[in-house]
Write a protein of this length. Sequence first.
Lengths: 134, 129
Amino acid sequence: MTTLKTERLDIRSSDDVVRVRQLTRTMALAAGLGLVDQTKIITAASELARNTLDYGGGGFVLAELVEASARRGLRLTFEDKGPGIPDVEAAMKDGFTSGKGMGLGLGGAKRLSNEFSIHSQPGEGTKVVIARWK
Amino acid sequence: MDRIPILKFGNALLVTIQVDMHDRLATALEEDLTSKIVEHGAKGVLIDISALEIVDSFIGRMLDNIAAVSRILDAETVVVGMRPAVAITLVELGLSLAGVKTALNVERGMALIQARLKTSDEDDDDAED
């Protein structure tokens, strides 16, 4: 897999969540995703960016335009140095929330992506990677 | 801070969301709409989201809340103009917006609200007989 383009954006305020959506749209267009796939990955990015802000205390996203066996895609890595998630499996379930959301963030983002992985260490932070392929 | 304009249209309030909303703007709209419903004695709230490229769980929750609060204040909320890709994504996300009435466009949404007003007028007439 080759990375064609990389952009990094800090997530420090709710305005940054909007910027993450805009960056995701630009990259999704560059990857050649169709309208429904664009909408899905932008929505997933919005959920994860808000998680980074609300639960991780802020962090950043790395957006990569990637290519593998002549297919283009978009990979997003959300990283924070927040409190981490003690029970990742429970947090993935719909309805799980420790804050003001609807508890659809992580599970929803997974359903809206082709690839999803999460690594979280209590006291150290959380890293979520999603990808959507054309 | 920016605000989303709320227009009065007969007995109804009309909101057209034309910007990519950050969370504080969405929360402000919820509060503004609630006070406008009371101020104007509005019976219906029409929210046009045809310009929205995505509805995530935060905006979905805002729409649900507006519908619930306006119902308690005797006004009906109709969300109109949702893009097909947004509807597909919402369902996959796990949001069904069960408490929110929807219509394809402003015209049909307004017809829904007017139909409800007509029914409640007739009820009032019956009560007077």
